[in-house]
Design a protein around this ligand. Structure first.
Ligand code: PLP
Length: 408
């Protein structure tokens, strides 16, 4: 369609989304206040941005950063650092740190994210299974956790950890609200008060005014090249939660006697602080962008979730293309609209950690950062593309216009 027509549709969508955009602004304001207060309370100073070397005993940046995260997530402790390489790594730290041979891990949101499954059930690759840790799942009922079955399984299996994935990952369901997760945690703990509830919070941070840890999640992890890095943090991950559990995760990251006491960083910590400070605003822009795109796709008959105009609790939009060539074409459009590597044409490939071929568009400043506008899709029916991020709303808006021009 013509650009003028495309612009008209986009403006129409913005009108329709006015009230939901306002509620996103309110969430961003609350979260910005939360983050600002944390910075003030731990008194972040310019000197905290300095680099460190060797064992890092003189490192002033990391402990401050950990304190800021702990305050924002309302937890006893936090482990945040560049040495955590990605979200998968951050999630495996508490899993391997806490679980012991003979223990059971119970996922109640169906199969965990693709890259975690191999760490849990892989054969001979150093997985939890190799260490004699049992794994069971409770499938979800559409967008709901099957609480009755969860309670049955908890009584039957006596799991040490109950695992909840907040965001959709590569599944067709919606993300779970932190409030809803809180309700589930209450029900679980009323049956087994000592069970450890762990949450995969990837893509969920700052999408609501509360986080799962505000509602009793014992341990939670995520990636800094997603929401909490604000598009500025160059790498890293975080683990937040109960002090004893964070210590076990840190013991796994370095060694059991050293934990979070060691680790230096020769570059500045300032992007980690600045990124976290900007994250509430960046996430709000990404949420708005996702809603705009959902509305636009709806107008040209392309199905996506969350539904047009429906509030969402992660920054992902799943778009159902139904055919490989359409999925590939859209990913190539996203890549061509990127500030970096716009000349690159992505094709499906065998990525480490994934079981199907995957196509990814990520013309990002931070390599592979999915808080930046990016998309990916496993090459398997019904050929769903997962689009996420956008460090400015305007960038996603340009994609919405281009999508109408090219596919409308
Ligand atoms: C991205 C993601 C992960 C893994 O993070 P990586 O940084 O890709 O290793 C785990 N769980 C969910 C829900 C995710 O979205």
């Amino acid at each position: 369609m013509e650009k003028i027509k495309a612009m008209e549709i986009v403006e129409q969508c913005e009108k329709e989304l006015e009230s939901i955009f306002k509620s996103i602004d309110k969430i961003a304001l609350k979260n910005q206040e939360k983050v600002l207060n944390a910075f003030k309370e731990v008194s972040v100073q310019l000197t905290n941005f300095a680099c460190s070397s060797g064992y890092g005993y003189d490192d002033m940046g990391k402990p401050k950063l950990c304190s800021v995260y702990a305050r924002v997530f309302g937890t006893e402790d936090a482990l945040v650092c560049p040495q955590i390489t990605c979200g998968t790594h951050a999630l495996t730290l508490p899993l391997f740190g806490i679980l012991r041979p003979g223990d059971t891990l119970l996922s109640i949101t169906g199969m965990p994210y693709d890259t975690i499954i191999d760490s849990i059930t892989g054969e001979g690759n150093g997985s939890l299974k190799d260490f004699g840790i049992k794994f069971e799942i409770v499938e979800m009922n559409g967008n709901q956790i099957d609480i009755n079955e969860t309670i049955n399984q908890i009584k039957k299996l006596n799991p040490k950890i109950v695992y909840i994935q907040r965001s959709r990952g590569y599944s067709a369901r919606d993300a779970l609200s932190a409030y809803y997760i809180g309700d589930i945690i209450n029900q679980i703990k009323s049956v087994k008060p000592d069970v450890i509830v762990m949450v995969d919070n990837c893509y969920g941070e700052f999408t609501e005014d509360k986080e799962p840890t505000d509602f009793g999640a014992d341990i939670m992890a995520g990636s800094l090249i997603k929401n909490p890095g604000g598009g500025i943090a160059p790498t890293g991950g975080y683990v937040v939660g109960r002090k004893d559990l964070v210590a076990l995760a840190a013991g796994r990251l370095t060694s059991p006697t050293l934990g979070n006491e060691v680790g230096s960083y020769m570059a500045s910590y300032y992007p980690y602080f600045q990124g976290f400070f900007m994250a509430p605003h960046v996430v709000a822009g990404a949420l708005k962008g996702s809603l705009l795109l959902g509305c636009v796709l709806d107008k040209i008959g392309i199905e996506s979730t969350p539904k047009a105009g429906e509030m969402t609790h992660d920054i992902i939009r799943s778009i159902k293309f139904g055919a490989e060539d359409k999925l590939v074409k859209f990913c190539q459009l996203v890549q061509s609209m990127s500030p970096v590597d716009s000349n690159v044409v992505p094709f499906p490939w065998d990525m480490p950690g994934y079981n199907d071929k995957v196509i990814m568009a990520a013309g990002t400043f931070v390599q592979g950062a999915s808080i930046e506008l990016s998309c990916d899709g496993p090459i398997r029916p019904p050929y769903i593309c997962y689009l996420q991020g956008g460090i400015t709303y305007e960038h996603v808006k340009l994609l919405a216009i281009a999508t109408l021009e090219k596919l409308g």
